[in-house]
Design a protein around this ligand. Sequence first.
Ligand code: E4P
Length: 215
Amino acid sequence: MEIFIDSADLDEIRDVADMGVIDGVTTNPSLIAKVGRPLKDVIVDICKIVDGPISAEVLATDYEGIVREGRELAQLHPNVVVKVPLIADGLKAVKTFTSEGIKTNVTLCFSVTQGLLAAKAGATYISPFIGRVDDVSGDGMDLIEQLVTCYGNYGYRTKVLAASIRHPRHVVECLMLGAHVGTLPRDVILRLVQHPLTDLGLARFLEDAKKIPKS
Ligand code: E4P
């Protein structure tokens, strides 16, 4: 499974990218707003840090606007993936982007039938928001399982990009279900690194190392 970082914060992205575990980056308007800089400037800077797919979301919600903004974003860097909301005009725009060779990430997916339509329109990635499904008493992992099964059954090449991941258990379950990508906030990535037995073992090794005679 590929790991993307879900962030627009350059320091966070750089920190995790330096560990060599990041395959790409996803952003959304809320994450860009938090860093308080123009969207395009942030995307260009992220492309300098990570050499992989970088999702940049359009703000328009009508077909013409989505296509105009998406083309502009795609011109920023060859790694830019245009993130498009899962609405009817969004799907029309995905069809256009696909015919132009522009990669897309269809976002705000909450059902397998939405995912089916995104795949038929030619989406490169589909982003099911599993944490937000859990937030309203649903089961986000069911959605991942349904999408992976649906795409596998019919041979769609759209990749399932598990989004809105909130904790390491989500990551484990995505791995078991065969999600192609998980996009994780930095704090979840850092929690994946940690294990109490690693800390205990290291402390014991360092203690024992004091008994090693100096050469
Ligand atoms: C994905 O592309 C979104 O940016 C993100 O995962 C949403 O996560 P949230 O539900 O924690 O805001």
